[in-house]
Design a protein around this ligand. Structure first.
Ligand code: TYM
Length: 324
């Protein structure tokens, strides 16, 4: 049985990039193996400094994930910090991590390029992520393209550890990233990658009015209403493609080319389709939210299951490294 694992940071409300890049594929995989999905609160500490926001976001992200179809009967869903073994393994891995490997990582490099002073957490971020993955002997890691490099670091560290400590039998399983090409990078309202840090997101459970406002704010060119428009370069079409049927996409593309309709009309069509697509999830979210203890109880049960697996791996790692 394959082990599937992924994580999401509680840095704000999950958005279309998170959903199509990771949550949806992860939900689809939950019946195809033994799945572990977690809320990466240790990782979020690199940016979230408001303790109440951390608590609220953690529950919020878990609730959103459950509302979208994550089934706690099939997948183990937990909070990363409920399994502190992750940080113990991260330390052990960090002792064999070459500094240049981390200096090469995009998130760190971008931070430094912007002239900001990185803290150690941001620098060591990929090592903690490697620990998250390796501690569950994960085979498959469904992620968006921005996490590809981190999974590569994980594989490199697994190799180093296997070379050093796995002479008789490998200490760690070699994980594989699973990245769906059509949704590897979902774009945001401004045409860049959709990201909470760019403030260009479409949150999954935004209320109707602000959601409409966001969709209406999608950046477009100044082609006049009557002129034909190029669907290939349109953020409206790119987002519509995420959830509209092939026939509806074709129709929108044809209407783009025909001219005679302004971008506002297309944005309205995008909004209507989006609102309908998430309707069942919205209803489910309302139902789940009505029981205030539900999310906590799911996270608690998930933590117990995850911790049992992580503790076993750590016994193996402590023995292999000579800590025991
Ligand atoms: P995070 O919280 O930034 O994002 C969660 C998932 O959503 C994907 N994603 C996107 N996919 C396509 N298009 C986009 N615009 C887009 N924006 C976000 C991300 O690729 C990710 O899969 N470091 C991770 C969390 C993490 C993790 C792990 C993941 C911690 N430990 C171990 C896998 C395995 C992160 O920051 O995700």
């Amino acid at each position: 049985m394959k082990r599937i694992l992924s994580g999401i940071k509680p840095t704000g409300a999950p958005h279309l990039g998170n959903y199509f890049g990771m949550m949806k594929p992860a939900i689809e995989l939950q019946s195809q193996g033994e799945a572990y999905y977690f809320i990466a609160d240790y990782h979020a500490l690199t940016t979230v400094r408001d303790p109440q926001a951390m608590r609220d976001n953690t529950r919020g992200v878990a609730l959103d994930f459950l509302a979208c179809g994550l089934d706690p009967e099939k997948a183990t869903i937990f909070r990363q910090s409920d399994v502190p073994e992750h940080t113990e393994l991260a330390w052990i891995l960090s002792c064999v991590t070459p500094m240049p490997m981390l200096e090469n990582c995009h998130a760190y490099k971008d931070h430094v390029a912007k002239g900001k002073v990185p803290d150690h957490g941001l620098f060591a971020y990929p090592v903690l992520m490697a620990a998250d993955i390796l501690i569950y002997d994960s085979n498959i890691v469904p992620v968006g393209r921005d996490q590809k490099q981190h999974v590569e670091v994980t594989r490199d560290l697994a190799s180093v550890m296997n070379r050093l400590y796995g002479k008789k039998e490998p200490l760690f399983v070699m994980p594989e990233a699973s990245i769906l090409p059509q949704v590897a990078t979902v774009i945001g309202l401004d045409g860049q990658k959709m990201s909470k840090s760019y403030n260009n997101t479409v949150p999954l459970f935004e209320a109707e009015k602000p959601l409409r406002k966001k969709i209406m704010s999608i950046v477009t060119d100044s082609t006049p209403v009557e002129a034909p428009k190029d669907p290939a370069n349109s953020s409206i079409v790119a987002l519509y493609k995420l959830f509209a049927s092939a026939a509806d996409v074709e129709k929108m593309e044809a209407d783009f080319r025909a001219g005679g309709q302004g971008y506002g009309v297309f944005k309205q069509r995008l909004f209507d389709a989006l609102w309908e697509y998430f309707r069942p999830f919205r209803e489910m979210r309302e139902q789940l939210a009505a029981d205030p203890g539900y999310v906590d109880s799911v996270l608690r049960a998930g933590a117990a299951k995850a911790r049992a697996v992580a503790a076993k791996t750590m016994d193996r790692v402590r023995l292999a490294t000579g800590l025991r």
